[in-house]
Ligand binder design. Structure first.
Ligand code: ATP
Length: 472
């Protein structure tokens, strides 16, 4: 059986607690856990899937429902192998790898240099090795796992994951090689022409897609922050070159606004300007979130002005004209692109980290996920006060059946009411509804409890739907 090395997740105590909550409450599980796990691969449980889908839907709404100029695409993971030659990924999409000769721990050399304040982003391997040599001489170069100093020189490590088409018994012959896409935007460039020919959009317009991407990451050690299989939410905005600055600023503002609207506080977000740009790019900023429980601010999204590189390259390699004809100005040109590229799984971690809250409620310490209501996996939980009183259970089920038509709800009659509240708090449910004796015997009202304040109020059953429609 193939032996796969599983790397330990590098986190501080708070992140360990979040990871533990994710497993305990069914958000995120280690992939293939019963076989000992598979490094850098995670699965999403019931609540994690609901949360991820809500983040995805909110992004899609901001791109499609709230705008008139962005269209959707769902392209295949496999693309013609020349796609990745044209884009420069084959041969160039790599990270600098070093290995500890003692414990065989693999590390990213650029990350090591960055931890010493040396910027190594997109730097040539010779530069990286010179800087590593200096650290070696100063006896500062140490393995992050065993602490010993016997570290190899850096070499390029391709992030592209290969597969093969054809008979499953075929070797991975060059002519059969296909790649698992390392980013979703490749599909957008390949379907740019079909989109223009079928929908006839006028410039500027965008194509957005959400889907899986795969990278053979050297050090996938930060839970779902960096994994080998992940989802991206990308949008490519096609423009006339002269509009680059204006449209770039427009997207920077729109994307930052989205984070604020999802409840991320301003002081937990910052812009990071890339000083070293790819030769075709004119501007590149990342949105960074304060992942202090993983060591500091880090990237969740990139916003890049990519010039006409992508369409020009695919036009050159495919021989298909990808130019755009502007009816009004009578100009023909290859559109320039402004790209927004966010990692969905990284955003799940960002929202979990931001929501993870400990407080004191009624003299008791409690843990809850203060998720924005629109992202919470379950919106309302309905309980009978006691599970062994059939009339309470029946009434609670009746209410549950009414509310579930409009909201994702959960019915729970396990354990005592305190335990049920704790469980719903930990999965971030904004409201709990309890049916008690007074409901049946007296007032036809229920107790609605607010997750964040713990406050309770009585609401008439007839008015519940309207009450929640206003709140959620
Ligand atoms: P990093 O510098 O963290 O490796 P990147 O600059 O290579 O990321 P991009 O190629 O710009 O990332 O991808 C866009 C987004 O996709 C990132 O901002 C991130 O949110 C997400 N992403 C990239 N790689 C991964 C990964 N291995 N696991 C999870 N999300 C990822």
């Amino acid at each position: 059986m193939t032996k796969i090395k599983i790397t330990k997740v590098e986190t501080n105590k708070r992140m360990e607690e979040i990871i533990s909550l994710c497993k305990r409450r069914g958000f995120v599980f280690q992939g293939s856990e019963i076989y000992g796990g598979l490094g850098g691969v995670y699965d999403y449980g019931h609540y994690g899937t609901l949360l991820k889908n809500n983040i995805r839907d909110s992004w899609q709404k901001s791109m499609i429902q709230d705008r008139d100029d962005v269209y959707l695409l769902d392209s295949a993971i496999f693309m013609h192998p020349t796609t990745w030659v044209a884009s420069g990924h084959v041969g160039n999409f790599d990270d600098p790898l070093v290995e500890c000769r003692k414990c065989h721990n693999r590390m990213r050399a650029d990350h090591i240099l960055e931890s010493f304040g040396i910027s190594a982003d997109k730097m040539p391997i010779d530069f990286i090795n010179k800087e590593l040599d200096k650290l070696r001489e100063e006896k500062k170069l140490k393995c992050s796992t065993c602490g010993l100093s016997d570290i190899t020189a850096a070499k390029k490590f391709s992030l592209m994951i290969k597969s093969n088409f054809g008979s499953p018994t075929d070797e991975l012959k060059e002519e059969n090689v296909v790649y698992l896409r390392p980013e979703t935007c490749g599909g957008i460039y390949l379907q740019y022409k079909n989109t223009v020919d079928s929908l006839h959009p006028k410039l500027p317009f965008g194509i957005a897609q959400i889907g899986k991407a795969f990278r053979n990451e050297i050090a996938a050690r930060q839970f779902i922050f960096r994994t080998r299989e992940f989802e991206q939410m990308e949008m490519q905005y096609f423009i006339n070159k002269k509009d680059t600055k204006e449209k770039y600023e427009m997207w920077k503002e729109a994307r930052m606004k989205w984070y604020f609207e999802q409840g991320i506080p301003k002081d937990k977000l910052q812009w990071y300007k890339h000083e070293k740009l790819a030769h075709y790019a004119s501007e590149a900023y990342d949105v960074k979130y304060d992942f202090s429980s993983l060591g500091g601010f880090d990237e969740v999204e990139g916003i890049h002005a990519r010039g006409d590189w992508d369409l020009s390259q695919h036009s050159k390699f495919s021989g298909v004209d990808l130019s755009y004809y502007d009816d009004e100005t009578k100009e023909r040109f290859i559109p320039h692109i402004v790209e927004t590229s966010a990692g969905l799984n990284r955003l799940v971690l960002m929202f979990l980290d931001n929501a993870y809250t400990e407080d004191n409620l009624g003299g008791e310490k409690r843990l809850f996920l203060k998720l924005p209501k629109q992202l919470a996996p379950i919106k309302i939980a309905v309980f009978p006060l006691l599970r062994n009183k059939p009339n309470l259970v029946e009434k609670a089920k009746e209410i549950y059946d009414i509310l579930r038509k409009d909201f994702i709800c959960e019915f729970d009659d396990n354990g005592n009411i305190g335990k049920r509240y704790r469980r719903q708090d930990e999965i971030g449910t904004p409201y709990c509804v309890t049916v008690d004796f007074e409901t049946i015997e007296k007032d036809n009202m229920v107790t609605v409890r607010d997750r964040d304040t713990g406050n309770q109020e009585r609401v008439k059953i007839d008015e519940l739907k309207e009450f929640f429609a206003k709140k959620l």
